[in-house]
Each structure stands twice: as structure tokens, then as C-alpha cells.
Design a protein around this ligand. Structure first.
Ligand SMILES: Nc1nc2c(ncn2[C@@H]2O[C@H](COP(=O)(O)OP(=O)(O)O)[C@@H](O)[C@H]2O)c(=O)[nH]1
Ligand SMILES: [Mg+2]
Length: 212
């Protein structure tokens, strides 16, 4: 099978709470996970671009939904992270309303859920996973920072993290730093994009022309 490649990547826009979203495309894939899990690094790695999405040593900086346009055909979306301890209850509720509204609103066709390969999923990771199930949006689990553990342990640790989340016990071990799992995740994204485009064509084909 021909490897799916990212040939073009650009930042499109940031959307804050209450602001309007860009015109939809057939495929929108959102990257979800706690602050600092490696969302922005994963996007940069996939896009072959060091500074497309801002990475940070300081967790919890991003309060915006960042849209990236890839291959001039689909959106990859960097969602604000959760689990930032210094946030007030009010801020946490705002985050929940914003992201919950986004996920339930029908825009994302697929969620890439990130968990740290080294840690047991947090209560918030598990809650996010429950939301995902409830939303019905298909998802792929990715276990980040796989370079931090030995090669022979990666698959086991990734699958264990997925299981602890309450998910089917499979996650793709991934490292932005060492490009581990990049080809596997790109192939997955290629499949998702293709499925979305097929679905869009079907919907266009089924549309009843005016006056009939
Ligand atoms: N070792 C290692 N560190 C990573 C990896 N991905 C991200 N990081 C580091 O984790 C921190 C948070 O990454 P970032 O992408 O900003 O996380 P985000 O808050 O989820 O967007 C940064 O210091 C990154 O350099 C990885 O694959 N391996
Ligand atoms: Mg980020």
C-alpha cells in the first residue's frame, strides 16, 4: 500500500470560546489529551514541521482550538489540554463546556486520544474517554513519549494504558522525538481521510436535486 504522506501543512486559525469555526471540510481530526501529553509535538511530527503548533514546557497555556490545514484537504485540530492543576473550578467547567460542545457538535469525524505511555491514565483521561464513547465519534488511542521506555516494553505499556482507560487494549506507541509510530499513525490518518471523503461523496450523491 502506498504510504500516506503529508505534503502541505499550515496553521489556519485559532477559535476561542464563543467564536465561530472555519468553514467545515469533509474531514476534521482532533487531537485530545491532558496538558503536556504531547499534542502539539505530535502535530508537528506528523506535519514534518518544527514550529507549526507551539509546544510548551509550561502546561495549560493553550485555551484555543487551533486549526491546521493539511494536504490542502483536511483539518488537524489541536485542542486545549485538560488536567492543569492550577486552573480554578470555574475554568475547568469552561473548558468542559467548550470542548464538550466541540466534540458533541459534529465537527470532528475522528478523535486522536493521547495518553502518556509511562503513566496510569488520570481521572480526567478516563472522563475524556467516557465523553468520547458517549459522543459516538470514532477514535484512535496513541501512547506518547514512547522513547522514554525501553523498546521491548513499548507495545505492552501502550496497550496497558489503553486498558486502564477502560478502552479496548490497544494504543499506538508514539514518540515525536524519535518518530516512533509515525508511519503507523499516518497510515491510520490516511484511511480516516479517505473514509471521510467517500462519505462526503455519498452524501453529495444522495442529495435530492431541487424540484424533485
Ligand atoms: N521525550 C519526549 N518528550 C516529548 C515528546 N512529545 C512531547 N514531549 C515534550 O513534552 C512537553 C509537552 O509537549 P507539547 O507537545 O507542548 O504538549 P501539549 O501540551 O499536549 O501540546 C514538551 O516539553 C515536549 O518537548 C516525545 O515524544 N518524547
Ligand atoms: Mg499544545
Amino acid at each position: 500500500m502506498k504510504q500516506f504522506a503529508i505534503k502541505q501543512a499550515s496553521f489556519l486559525t485559532s477559535v476561542g470560546q464563543g467564536q465561530s469555526y472555519p468553514a467545515p471540510l469533509p474531514c476534521e481530526i482532533a487531537v485530545v489529551g491532558r496538558s503536556n501529553v504531547g499534542k502539539s509535538s505530535l502535530i508537528n511530527c506528523l506535519a514534518n514541521h518544527n514550529k507549526l503548533a507551539k509546544t510548551s514546557q509550561t502546561p495549560g497555556k493553550t485555551r484555543l482550538i487551533n486549526y491546521f490545514l493539511l494536504n490542502n484537504s483536511f483539518y488537524l485540530v489541536d485542542l486545549p489540554g485538560y488536567g492543569f492543576a492550577k486552573r480554578s473550578k470555574e475554568e475547568q467547567k469552561d473548558w468542559g463546556d467548550f470542548i464538550g460542545g466541540y466534540v458533541a457538535g459534529g465537527r470532528p469525524k475522528h478523535l486522536i486520544l493521547l495518553i502518556d505511555i509511562r503513566h496510569e491514565p488520570s481521572a480526567e483521561d478516563r472522563q475524556m474517554f467516557q465523553w468520547t464513547l458517549y459522543s459516538g465519534v470514532p477514535f484512535t488511542l496513541v501512547a506518547t513519549k514512547a522513547d522514554k521506555i525501553g523498546k521491548s516494553q513499548r507495545a505492552v505499556a501502550a496497550n496497558k494504558a489503553a486498558k486502564l482507560l477502560g478502552a479496548p487494549p490497544f494504543a499506538i506507541p508514539f514518540s515525536a522525538e524519535e518518530k516512533i509510530g509515525k508511519d503507523e499513525l499516518l497510515a491510520r490518518i490516511g484511511q480516516i481521510v479517505e473514509d471521510c471523503e467517500r462519505q462526503a461523496e455519498r452524501e453529495a450523491g444522495n442529495a435530492v436535486p431541487d424540484g424533485e
